[in-house]
Design a protein around this ligand. Structure first.
Ligand code: CTP
Length: 411
């Protein structure tokens, strides 16, 4: 099963004899669908060559913090942002100590400090080193900070002793890592999500569309599925891969999206409207290709149906989450939309170019959100849409659960 489908995994390898097992682990991670980038400490390269991991991961191996060439390719901050999770296997006693104290004296430890992605450690060391109170204190500190510890296992060790300190096997590590992405927060809940643009036909070959890539909606579908929800994704035209285990229905126009949403909404408890639905469509879509005219052509437009507003009027209605893509007065406009469309939550973002003229929001892998509800406001800082989607799903799950409790209370 592709339990890590399209996940960006940084595999950190520290110096220890178990480093040879990480070669097999790299294969297993890729078999599970992960995109793997290997970061090795200098000591690790004494045990296995970076070339081995380059061949197995299909990506260049990162070893130095201050390597101009590597930084020009993918700098350590970019690498930190790229990661959906960082797994260090094997993690030496020294690595645990450095992380527990927030040291950043090589690429791997610097990355761990710079990344917001979940961190998992698979320790491997001599059993006496593992049991040493200093190591155990470090483990307690790291666990308290939310770092996941995978193993170690008990068994015969490379040093000839038998005890606790063996690296977990590849399949065990892949399973443990996969479970990091599964929160169970939406277990048993049905979630309907719209995503992507809509295309409103002018004639058989032309349409009015927009720059929405669909990434945010697809990332939400994946995150909701990982949180245990049963997900239906109604998507406008886009070229993204359907997340595992998600039912996807393709539509083209706003009208088709509305019909499809209404066909499915009844059995869903949460509706997330991430699609960039066209607000207008040509009043008449020509059956034949329009020929050019001498002068200008005027295409008359009419309003499309507001899917989100219609869903929030349903009785009974699901928990309704809308999006607001704004180029100015983000918060004020979003609050107005929250009220006007009677939403439970709205996720607002600024679209356009950032200070470096890079696209944000639309047509970009990055986004930042301001999430507004009756209970207040939460800011989700600029991050990859996959990471942001997970945060947003967590928030939606929390609010939905409160909302349900209130409903049960008043019933
Ligand atoms: N939306 C929808 N159906 C439409 C238009 C929008 O379901 N016909 C949903 C979007 O999916 C999004 C929210 O409404 O969740 C906000 O869309 P937006 O187009 O920004 O808001 P509008 O209400 O159209 O307001 P304005 O044009 O003033 O920005």
């Amino acid at each position: 099963m592709n339990t890590l489908n399209s996940k960006h995994i940084i595999l950190g390898i520290t110096g220890g004899i178990a480093a040879y097992k990480s070669a097999e682990l790299t294969r297993r991670l890729r078999d599970a669908g992960a995109d793997v980038r290997v970061v090795m400490t200098r000591a690790a390269t004494e045990f296995v060559t970076p070339l081995t991991f380059q061949a197995l991961s299909g990506n260049p191996v990162h070893t130095e913090l201050l390597d101009e060439k590597a930084e020009a390719g993918m700098g350590h901050i970019q690498l930190a942002r790229w990661a959906d999770a960082v797994l260090i296997a094997p993690a030496s006693a020294n690595c645990l100590a450095k992380l527990a104290h927030g040291r950043a004296d090589d690429l791997l430890t610097t990355l761990c400090l710079a990344s917001e992605a979940p961190l998992a450690l698979a320790p491997a060391m001599n059993r006496v080193m593992w049991q040493d109170p200093a190591t155990q204190d470090n483990v307690v500190t790291l666990k308290k900070r939310g770092v996941a510890l995978f193993g170690p296992a008990v068994g015969s060790q490379a040093c000839g002793e038998t005890g606790e300190g063996r690296l977990l096997d590849g399949p065990e590590l892949v399973a443990a890592l996969s479970s990091l992405f599964k929160s169970g927060l939406l277990q048993g809940i049905d979630v309907l999500i719209t995503a992507g643009p809509t295309y409103e036909p002018i004639d058989p070959v032309r349409f009015i569309g927009n720059r929405s890539s669909g990434r945010m909606g697809f990332a939400l579908a994946r995150a909701a599925r990982e949180a245990g929800a049963k997900v239906t994704l109604i998507s406008g035209p886009c070229h993204l891969t359907t997340p595992d285990d998600v039912q996807r229905i393709d539509v083209e126009t706003a009208a088709q999206m509305l019909t499809t949403v209404m066909q499915h909404i009844a059995r869903n408890q949460i509706f997330i409207s991430a699609a960039a639905v066209a607000d207008y469509r040509p009043r008449v879509a020509s059956q034949q290709k329009l020929k050019k005219q001498q002068a200008e052509r005027i295409i008359e437009l009419e309003r499309t149906e507001d899917i989100l507003a219609q869903v929030s009027q349903l009785e009974p209605r699901p928990f309704v989450v809308g999006f607001a893509a704004e180029t100015e007065n983000v918060e004020r406009n979003a609050r107005k939309k929250l009220e006007r469309k009677a939403l439970d939550m709205i996720a607002a973002n600024r679209v356009g170019k950032d200070a470096n003229a890079q696209d944000i929001g639309f047509n970009s892998e990055y986004n930042a959100l301001q999430v507004i509800s009756a209970n207040g406001e939460v800011k989700l800082e600029l991050a990859r849409k996959t990471a942001l989607a997970r945060e947003l799903i967590k928030l939606i799950a929390e609010h939905y659960s409160k909302h349900r409790q209130q409903q049960e209370h008043t019933a």
